[in-house]
Design a protein around this ligand. Structure first.
Ligand code: HEM
Length: 385
């Protein structure tokens, strides 16, 4: 198996840089980019990215592991927990739980833990912790459809989001449990809700391949789009460097009405997303991942023509019906809730906010139909280092 040493830089007398694997790259910068393209190179950091990428992207050491965790089948088990802080609770137990977060996610039995976690806070929770709130940060206000005025994204009421991403369901569950055990005295126990996600081959339950346009071709692009890399002028600038490496997070539980969606003809389903459901082919111009090709023009508010923005998505399918035993089955149930646990991190709140507004039709007066599939329960929060 190839390792980092096979991609060492070889510098000639005239300063020209080649890679030990034989590729001529010219400069240290292009050598770094070439190394980062080897996205599956072992050994892996807990976040699923090769250790080598952390050498060439030093800013990747700032964010919490969960914010940049790689979308891959090896990290196919997620748990998303939301909760409200108890009124009058002192932050001491929460501080104990926060200290656990960097070590959550991995099973660790083979000595090389794969799996990671992220903890995000609402603006109110930051205040309760006595931490400064970044100027851009605010509570999530409900968003309404531009045409009918109906609520598309209701206001969230949660204070905390814990996101655990692991190699096994047991590791994800154990991570959530140990955080909750430590944080319990600070949490309103009736507000704690955990949703279990499953990778589903990278597909939404509608059958569409999800994540095609994600910036996860390399750790460099993930860090640039998902996390604040500069204090001055950065989106999460507080005047100090305390939010360096943090992100704005939008998480939303979309419960799909799959029987209605499946009753639509494939052409109509494709129109809703803006990609061709019945075609799958290698993506051109990027890393060649298999995609449903994009429909060349916006048909009636298609999702991908509304939802663009600088963000890193780590959404996974969920099915509540199967929680009794076969959680990670891809079988769709007749009863019970199932859908998409949507999670995106961005370096700028406005990137998320404007995408959601476009989906509501608040820009061009058209309502992106993929959301008519689902109801949602969002939380806007900041991911603190
Ligand atoms: C019912 C919920 C949703 C479903 C089923 C869904 C599904 C999809 C699918 C199938 C794609 C095309 C493949 C891809 O590029 O990844 C896509 C693209 C995308 N979605 Fe969603 N999505 C949902 C909600 C959201 C929300 C709430 C946001 C934003 C806050 C969002 C942001 C995006 C972005 C940025 C893209 C890439 C668009 C582009 O530049 O082409 N999605 N989504």
């Amino acid at each position: 198996m190839a390792g980092a040493q096979d991609h060492a830089a070889v510098v000639s007398d005239d300063g020209f840089v080649s890679c030990a694997c034989g590729i001529r790259v010219g400069s240290p910068y292009f050598h770094a980019l070439h190394c980062e393209e080897q996205a599956t190179l072992p050994p892996h950091d807990r976040s699923g990215w090769p250790e080598l990428s952390f050498r060439t992207v030093p800013a990747a050491r700032w964010p919490q592991g969960g914010a940049i965790a790689r979308n891959c089948a090896g990290l196919g088990c997620t748990e998303y927990t939301v909760a409200r802080l108890l009124h009058g609770a002192t932050p001491a137990s929460l501080r104990t739980a926060i200290a656990l977060v960097p070590s959550l996610g991995g099973a660790g039995s083979d000595g090389h833990a794969l799996g990671t976690a992220m903890l995000a806070f609402s603006a109110g929770a930051l205040a309760r912790m006595g931490w400064p709130c970044p100027p851009e940060m605010r509570a999530f206000d409900e968003k309404r459809a531009g045409d009918t005025g109906s609520i598309v994204f209701p206001a969230g009421t949660n204070d905390l989001l814990l996101f655990c991403k692991s190699a096994t369901p047991e590791a994800a569950a154990a991570s959530t449990a140990s955080f909750l055990a430590a944080a319990a005295p600070a949490l309103d126990s009736s507000s704690v809700v955990t949703t279990v996600g499953f990778h589903n081959g990278g597909r939404d339950l509608t059958g569409f391949i999800d994540g095609t346009q994600n910036p996860d071709t390399s750790l460099r692009t993930v860090v640039a789009q998902a996390t604040a890399t500069t204090a001055a002028g950065g989106a999460v600038s507080t005047g100090s460097s305390s939010y360096l490496g943090s992100s704005f997070v939008f998480v939303s539980k979309f419960v799909h009405d799959l029987s209605s969606f499946r009753a639509l003809c494939p052409h109509k389903q494709s129109e809703v997303i803006g990609r061709e459901l019945q075609r799958e082919q290698p993506q051109k111009g990027s890393d060649g991942r298999i995609e449903n090709p994009k429909i060349g023009r916006d048909l009636n508010g298609s999702h991908v023509y509304r939802a663009w923005g600088e963000m890193y998505r780590q959404s996974m399918a969920f099915s509540e019906k199967n929680q009794a035993g076969t959680i990670y089955s891809t079988e769709a149930g007749e009863q019970g809730k199932e859908g998409l646990l949507f999670l995106a991190c961005s370096h700028k709140l406005s990137e998320l906010d404007e995408a959601l507004d476009r989906m509501c039709g608040n820009e061009a007066g058209q309502y992106g139909e993929s959301l008519s599939l689902s109801v949602t329960a969002p939380l806007t929060a900041i991911n603190v280092r």
